[in-house]
Design a protein around this ligand. Structure first.
Ligand code: RIB
Length: 310
């Protein structure tokens, strides 16, 4: 079997309400529906890559509680590897409180990382052989940073390609950033990490240059309605967003990252992988939820065939 993509990140249970509009601070509004399901950016991205046909191993940590069982049951039903779903003796499984606006399809999220914010040095050491044997390491910003930096260090020393989706937006030290092969922020995260407000293609180029100057090899900035911008420092491209009927944008960035790394792992270049990411993200927003909304490989291939010349 091919070397796995290793996703080292969060699992949390998504507690999602849908309402007509979102409350402002101090306001209570009546919701339309509620759903509980598997979430967390790390887990969502691993599920997206798995459904897209990649060989994926997820490392995450859950509590010994009913929400931890939600994770294990879901991965088993998906046929995913559960060998690295670590369990915390004390901390509870994390949760995300998500409010989706049915009118705009936008959302607001509070994440409490719980067990996956408590990855210990011993946990990381247990995963060392897995990390060193990965084809790609994919990370986000929902686990504790000390563990994340150790994982990046191990992968970098082993020559593993590192893709960082810096979400939610948090600054990263330059000596960590320079080890990243590809960074995939959205426009808000790009601004936090580079200081450049990203609203136009020109802004995206300037923000990307800040990353490149810090030693990152490739930059992908997802820019909502504008599409996704990618550069390897020589070639650059703004790929327009695909036109679909969006009903829930939660997890769209995760779908993008999962489809993107799947394509990279199959040997596609940055710009082809961008197309797979874009197609995966577009399909995911046409369904409700996060992990359960991730498309299959055949759906992604059909979307790519319909829209791109590859
Ligand atoms: O990107 C969407 C995810 O962010 C949700 O599943 C939620 O868990 C938060 O982590």
């Amino acid at each position: 079997m091919s070397k796995p993509i290793v996703v080292f990140g969060s699992f949390v249970v998504d507690l999602t309400s849908r309402s007509q509009g979102l409350p402002v601070p101090g306001q209570t509004i009546l919701g339309v529906s509620f759903k509980m399901g598997p979430g967390g950016k790390g887990s969502n991205q691993a599920v997206a890559a798995h459904r897209a046909g990649a060989n994926v191993t997820l490392v995450t940590k859950v509590g010994k509680d009913v929400f931890g069982k939600v994770a294990l049951d879901f991965y088993r039903s998906e046929g995913m590897n559960t060998d690295y779903i670590l369990q915390d003796e004390q901390r509870e499984t994390g949760v995300a409180l998500i409010m989706v606006d049915e009118i705009s399809a936008q959302n607001e999220i509070v994440v409490v990382s719980g067990a996956c914010g408590n990855i210990t040095d011993a946990d990381v050491e247990r995963c060392r052989p897995l990390i060193e044997g990965a084809s790609i390491l994919l990370l986000q910003h929902e686990i504790n940073f000390d563990a994340q930096y150790r994982v990046i260090d191990i992968a970098h020393r082993a020559g593993v390609r590192i893709v960082l989706n810096p979400a939610p937006a948090t600054a990263i030290p330059d000596d960590v950033l320079c080890r990243i092969d590809t960074v995939t922020p959205n426009e808000t995260e790009a601004q936090v990490l580079t200081g450049v407000e990203v609203k136009t293609l020109e802004d995206a180029r300037r923000a990307a240059q800040v990353f490149l100057d810090k030693g990152v090899k490739n930059v992908v900035i997802t820019m909502g309605a504008l599409g996704a911008f990618a550069t390897d420092g020589v070639r650059s491209e703004l790929l327009p967003r695909l036109n679909v009927n969006a009903i829930d944008t939660t997890g769209a960035g995760d779908a993008f990252n999962g489809g993107f790394v799947m394509a990279l792992s199959e040997g596609r270049d940055l710009f082809e992988a961008l197309r797979y990411g874009n197609a995966t993200g577009a399909l995911s927003v046409t369904r409700l939820g996060t992990a359960p909304a991730m498309p299959s490989r055949s759906e992604i291939d059909a979307m790519v065939r319909e829209n791109y010349d590859i």
